[in-house]
Design a protein. Structure first.
Length: 106
């Protein structure tokens, strides 16, 4: 897929320049590129099956926004941990019995 976009150049002037985007990855139906191509095809055909309506987006934000605001007010309610680690130590509390354990050998 090749896409060219005319974009305004940075600054106060009104000059534009062409930005070229190329996606030449294999596109089997289960690859990210294949799914992207399928979605773009749906857009071109005006098929909204795989997209949500605006009222659904609004509803989702009514659910998610209070959570985000709570987490913003109480940052300690979410345990952070370094990227690439096995997660916070508090996660070990999920398995308090001897017959359950995280699979950290992967």
């Amino acid at each position: 897929m090749h896409l060219e976009i005319h974009a305004k150049q940075p600054g106060l002037g009104m000059q534009s320049h062409v930005i070229q985007m190329n996606a030449g990855l294999p596109a089997g139906p289960r690859t990210a590129t294949g799914r992207l191509r399928a979605l773009l095809s749906d857009i071109i055909r005006d098929d909204a099956t795989n997209f949500i309506r605006f009222d659904e987006v609004e509803w989702a934000w009514r659910v998610v926004d209070p959570l985000l605001k709570y987490w913003e007010r109480t940052p300690d309610s979410i345990q952070s941990y370094p990227a690439g680690s096995w997660g916070p130590a508090q996660a070990d509390r999920l398995f308090t019995t001897a017959d359950r354990a995280w699979r950290n050998d992967v």
